[in-house]
Design a protein around this ligand. Sequence first.
Ligand code: ATP
Ligand code: MG
Length: 371
Amino acid sequence: MENAINRVLVLGGGQLGLMMAEAGARLGLVVDRYDPERAVLLPGTSDLPVPITWEECLQRYPVITVEREAFPDTGLSARLADSERCVARGALAVIPDRFDQKSMLDWLGIASAPWRTLERAEDLSAAMAEFSGVVVKARSGGYDGRGTWIVGDGGRLDAVPATELAGRAIIEKKIPFRRELSIVGARSTRGETLFYPLTRNWHVDGILRLSLAPANACVALQPRAEGILRRIMEELDYAGVMAVEFFEVDGELLVNEIAPRVHNSGHWTHEGADWSQFDLHVHALAGVPLHSLNVHGPSAMVNLIGTPFDQAWLQHPGVVHWYGKSVRPGRKVGHANLTAGTLEGLRNGLRAWADVLPEGFEAVLDSELGL
Ligand code: ATP
Ligand code: MG
């Protein structure tokens, strides 16, 4: 395929970059990865490390993208992230610090959970009195619920290390949401945008366990969600795939957080849509004209967390994606994607996965079915 750009460098050596490399190969685009922890290049989907210098990066890669928000300051990783070739440069200046991210949303007039800064330990009790339930979030470095403390109305604040967090955290109102949703979409280097349907996400203890798409009960919110993500991508002059997580409260969307990268809640697109979020990401970066997106009926993504590979999964309905990482409690080590003709069919398929899903997953399906 003829493209202006046929080489992309991903900053990060994890599974998201690996899936980008695989997608790139389908259209003849070379996607190599730079592992900042080991300061080496990993060509394509290979794990054979190659040392690389800044000069070589400049020669080989006209476009640099990222698969996460935070990097160790190895010199080269900081330079790559700050390079004019890095399409996430604007996003990396704002998103990793929740204070900057929330300030940007306020400034853009995009609704999110009301919030305060945690400057002194006393700010916590004041916010509790104001909000009747708080969520304390470290300004940077949190993920999968780590760095987050949820204290409901009447709950005890002593579990929050407020003195330690002073000056380094924000306090949000605990939102009594009905659903958690996300939108995944892309903006190309030509400024075109394209979006997947809203996805319903079920988090337990701060970690994503199940995604369902399209989020049928919320189709009316699609234009609003697209408008929010488009506005953020334009503001940050971003190219590639980005995701926004939302709380749905009384039919309104509140932004929870922004992820300037392909997103766990978009993994269903591998089998659930004709172009996956990884395809879309590399196409947007390579300047391939953005195309149509067909979704193949109700889809689900089940995260495989802290569990060894089980060969019995291969007999279950769906497709297993395994990341080949060492298994640790709470670590995302793979996911399974299911697609069915109807939500009832999806429910039957998901029952086979009940042993890796927390109790209560059928209630999430019920609420999508409007039961
Ligand atoms: P990720 O792994 O997606 O980056 P994270 O750990 O950085 O997540 P959040 O997405 O901000 O942090 O929070 C994790 C989960 O905690 C949310 O998906 C939601 O279930 C809950 N949560 C976060 N903020 C609030 C809030 N203000 N009100 C109610 N629940 C919240
Ligand atoms: Mg989140």
